[in-house]
Design a protein. Sequence first.
Length: 610
Amino acid sequence: MLPSFLASARRAALLSTLGTCALLQLTACGDTEQPPVDTSPRTLRLLQTSDLHTNLFPWDYFTGKADTRRGLTKVATLIKQARAENPNCNLLLDTGDTIQGTPLGTYYALVDNTPKHPMAVAMNELRYDAMAVGNHEFNYGLVLLNKFKSEVGFPLLGANVRRSDGSEALSPYLLKEVCGVKVGVLGLVTPGVTTWERPENIPGLRFDDPLETARVYVPKLRQAGADVVVVAIHSGPDKQPTGSASNPDSWLADYSDSSKWADRGNLPGENEAVQIAQQVEGIDVLLTGHTHQPIPKMLLKNTQGQDVLLIQPNRWGSHLGQVDLSLVYEGGHWKVDGKDSKLLAVDDSVTVEPAVAQLVQSYHDRTLQYVSAPLGTTRAPFPGGNPARYGDSALSDLINAVQEQAAEENGFPVDLSLAALFTDDGMLPAGNITLRDAYSIYIYDNTLYVMEVNGSILRRALEFNAQYFARWNPEAPPSASTPAAAKVGNVADFNWDLYSRIEYGYDLTKPAGQRLTHLRFKGADVRDDQVFRIAINNYRASGGGGYSMFKEGTVLWTSADGVRDYVARYIQSHPDLDPNDVNTCNFTLTPDLYAYFFEATLGPTKCSVR
């Protein structure tokens, strides 16, 4: 029994507590019920960017001209509008290839990386929730990637990026509650990183199969209570429509119908987004990237017969992806009851968002100064685009001469070189040349390799090369006014290489795989066992673009500098460059596509006169 004074104190305390609960109606006291959870239906909006490639402003640094259909500062306007339509229930996500791609990215990676990265500044202002890393995030090495990671106010995701001991190198996923809904976002990146990237840029890292990684992590997200599971992946479909990929309906065709889809020529596992959607149970949406295509909506059935939605917002900030998920509350959790998606295009009607633009204007201005620096001179223009691809051109010979000289200066003289013309805009004008002009003819941050290959590898690469062109029908040729009709629509321009120092030709009336008419080196037919040293960029050397035969070769040397920088130095050290001095005339096409499409308007070239 308690002493009388303790018993009295206890009774007083109890009465006081009960009185307080009665007066304040505290839910923590007694058995008072919790306030009801708001279970009214709602719409969760996912907003996505991808493959921004440091395109902040509507500006093309390679041409020195405005481009009103690109740039994160314009996408920012669409983001704010989309949020205003559906406030307090949205997520903003990016699916990689963010910090590389324009001279702005080059400058703030290699020239002056002291300031906070301009992409971090803009993305923080826009309050991104997460970003899945892309393969180009590794182009400048882990020091720069880790700096960017420390500067952003959101996680960088990459569940299949592992250390050599198997541990997670990046955050695998984001689990976040949005308007009462628990959302899991799994980040994945194409394993092609190990094929394309220099080993010194990814030390101690491995890149596991995204499909197998998704099989592990999607159930974990569901077990952790995720009502909605989103896969943000820097990888896309392994096929594309045989019809017009610009037609939204073409992406809704049955993926199992081989007549409706054409293979992209991927590396193994490079683009597994569709397989992940189909084979991994529990995914609601795939936000994809990497293939640089506008995909407003794909609907794919998983093993349970449920629809999985896939979307991709193209590249360079040309579109904002928008996914709307209708949610209902059933059985104590939220359930996706409907899903839809679309792409919001950046066009002339979309204005730059002032707050974001003001924050990054100084970065843009500094980049303009950087690319405007005078570099050298030319005696005549070096034309680019299809006129330079469809014949033996001075521009491709110039890039090959650059690569040959760089290899020789580093102690690895080569027998031949190969290079592609990446864009239609890249060219050198007559007269004064700036750094921007030099960069325009080599827009990617590739490095240079010297490899040893045999004649068999070379022959197979050349035969694969000719798949760039459609089969020519002499009885029904395309109109001379439509030069693009000579190409296969789904083969990128960077997959057509032009070679130096060998004599070779193609007959385009033959089927693909049987087009090489001759292959000679110093006047003699090339033997399969003959050994050559070649200058080649890192992407192609590692099998990029489907050229897997090059992986059979031996790498003898890799450059620390980019090919683009070698181009700039070459122009600087060769004043008054003359295209006629550079052009070597070692390659032919049958029919002569340059003569058919361009000679009447542009005139003959040095190599047209044979």
